[in-house]
Design a protein around this ligand. Sequence first.
Ligand code: GDP
Ligand code: MG
Length: 275
Amino acid sequence: MSTQAGTLNQCGGCASSCQHGAQLTRLGIKVRNWDYTIALAGNPNTGKSTIFNQLTGLRQHVGNWAGKTVSRAEGAFNFNDKKFKLVDLPGTYSLLSTSVDEEIARDFILFGKPDVTVIVADATRLERSLHLVLQVLEITSRAVVALNLMDEAGRNGLTIDARELVRELGVPVVPMAARRADGISELLAAIEKVSLNEFPLRARQARYADEELELSIGMLANNLQATFGDLPNARWVALRLLEGDESIINAVRDKTLGTLKTENSLPSMALSEAR
Ligand SMILES: Nc1nc2c(ncn2[C@@H]2O[C@H](COP(=O)(O)OP(=O)(O)O)[C@@H](O)[C@H]2O)c(=O)[nH]1
Ligand SMILES: [Mg+2]
């Protein structure tokens, strides 16, 4: 089995000048008794697997999502004495359940209730990436944006005001060049902060200007909550119903909405390492 699991006596791959003093231990596939679950979302080809491998020390571990033929990668790492399980979601451009991949990613973020969702964004195609970021923020405020491919952006003469993005989005934004491990330590710090609820800003969530619409969303959300109990985000479900999202309508109709969460929070399957 090829793994690079082990301890880095410096921040996750930082240069030797690293001042953080924090410690990353890559745990490879040893996913047991984790303190926090981290979901890794993003458009295809944004560096999700690269970040996954940097954090876990794995090349790539894959199994399948329950009942689906879509591959699922999981690994773990220790950071500052806390154990994190990392789940690599299928690469998607949106979360609108127009494909199995999108449905899996969205159900996990919603019903798997990860402690943090890291959205890997492509700094060279920021607009397209932000589309997914805003959709994730509709579901959860516990998010971190990994602004990857900053080296490519620099080569293309692009500069990005990450601080302004933090203010606009209300979640941490970490500029990165994951292939050379730039920004890994900052990403770990941001993940830790959001896990511990220590990030001071509020995540941006769209509210509609139309009062009547907001009223209907609220009423529908209350009814859903009364019917299904502890829904993680009844407002989000209400919005999808109003949009006519068929998978959500069906799940409400046959009362399987609540059961999606059990399926996706299962400790999952036997994993094997892809070559
Ligand atoms: N230049 C550059 N390339 C990167 C970076 N991160 C990942 N890549 C490359 O981008 C390609 C896609 O990366 P991968 O991790 O497989 O993306 P995924 O589809 O999101 O899992 C690979 O060739 C990586 O080596 C980065 O920060 N800078
Ligand atoms: Mg990948």
